[in-house]
Design a protein around this ligand. Structure first.
Ligand SMILES: Nc1nc2c(ncn2[C@@H]2O[C@H](COP(=O)(O)OP(=O)(O)O)[C@@H](O)[C@H]2O)c(=O)[nH]1
Ligand SMILES: [Mg+2]
Length: 248
C-alpha cells in the first residue's frame, strides 16, 4: 500500500520546502509515499525549490507552462495519481501553503479503511482552525450551511482542501469523467469533486484537523469575489442535475 500526496503549487517558494520536510518526517517511517507536485505556472522560485527537493525526496514534478488555476492543477495531479496508483493505494490532496499538518494523513488512512473519501474537517469535534481571517471563516461556514441544506450531505466541512481518496474510487471517477473529473477552474474544485463522489455512491467520512493559517508564508491565492460567484454557479448547476437526476 502506497500513499500519493498531491500538492497544487502556485508561488509557494516559502512554504513547500518545510511542508515536504514534515511530510517526510511523518510518512517516511510509516509507509511508502510519493509526492506529486503540480507547479501551476509559478513565477517565483517554486520550480527550483521543487527540483532541489526531488533530489532527496520522492517528489515528481508536473507542471503547466502558464497559470491555469487550482482546479486544473488538482485535475492534473489526480489523473496522474489515478494512472500511477494500484487499487489498494491512497491519494491525499492538501494545500502546499503549510497550513495543513501532514500528521493528519495517518488519521485519514485509518479512517479510509471504512470509507472511499476522508475529509480533513475543521468543524467536527476536535477540529480547530487558528489565525484564519474572519471573512474567510464566515464564507466557509456559509457555504457549508448551504451545501448541507441543498444536498442533505452529512458533512460539516465540504469545502476543506485536505482529503484522502481510496485510489480505487479515484480510478473509477477518472474512467467515468476523464478530463472533466474537475471542471471548475478555481477554489470550487474541491466541492465539485466531493459532490461527484457522493453522486457516484462514494462513502465520505470526516476526521478532525488543525488548520493553522499562521504558518502560511505569503498571502492567500483565493480571489474572494470570483470564488463566491463560482460557488453560486456550481451549487445551481448541481442542484439542477439533482432535480433532473441526470447525473451518472
Ligand atoms: N496550481 C495552482 N494552485 C493554486 C492556485 N491558486 C492557489 N493554489 C494552491 O491551492 C492551495 C490553496 O491556496 P491557498 O492560498 O492556500 O488558499 P487558502 O489557504 O484557502 O487561503 C495552495 O496549495 C496554493 O498553492 C493556482 O492558480 N494554481
Ligand atoms: Mg491554504
Amino acid at each position: 500500500m502506497k500513499c500519493f500526496i498531491i500538492l497544487p503549487c502556485f508561488n509557494e517558494e516559502k512554504n513547500v520546502k518545510p511542508l515536504v520536510h514534515s511530510i517526510n518526517e511523518v510518512l517516511g517511517p510509516q509507509l511508502p509515499y510519493k509526492i506529486i507536485a503540480v507547479n501551476d505556472g509559478s513565477y517565483d522560485r517554486t520550480c527550483e525549490v521543487l527540483k532541489d527537493l526531488s533530489l532527496d525526496y520522492p517528489v515528481e514534478i508536473l507542471g503547466h507552462s502558464r497559470n491555469m488555476g487550482l482546479g486544473a492543477a488538482l485535475r492534473t495531479g489526480l489523473l496522474a495519481a489515478a494512472e500511477e496508483s494500484f487499487e489498494d493505494d491512497f491519494v491525499v490532496i492538501m494545500d502546499s501553503d503549510n497550513t495543513h499538518n501532514p500528521k493528519h494523513v495517518l488519521d485519514m488512512l485509518l479512517a479510509a479503511e471504512n470509507a472511499d473519501v476522508v475529509v480533513g474537517s475543521r468543524y467536527v469535534k476536535g477540529g480547530v482552525q487558528l489565525n484564519v481571517p474572519l471573512h474567510r471563516v464566515i464564507l466557509s461556514k456559509a457555504i457549508n450551511l448551504v451545501v448541507r441544506k441543498l444536498f442533505q450531505l452529512p458533512l460539516k466541512d465540504a469545502t476543506s482542501g485536505f482529503r484522502c481518496f481510496r485510489a480505487v474510487l479515484l480510478k473509477r471517477l477518472s474512467n467515468t469523467f476523464k478530463d472533466s473529473v474537475i471542471e471548475s477552474k478555481g477554489f470550487t474544485a474541491s466541492l465539485e469533486l466531493l459532490l461527484k463522489v457522493v453522486r457516484s455512491g462514494g462513502v465520505v467520512v470526516e476526521v478532525p484537523i488543525l488548520l493553522d493559517y499562521g504558518k502560511k508564508g505569503g498571502a492567500s491565492k483565493m480571489r474572494l469575489f470570483s470564488t463566491i460567484v463560482n460557488y453560486v454557479i456550481l451549487l445551481f448547476r448541481f442542484r439542477k442535475l439533482n432535480n433532473s437526476k441526470r447525473f451518472c
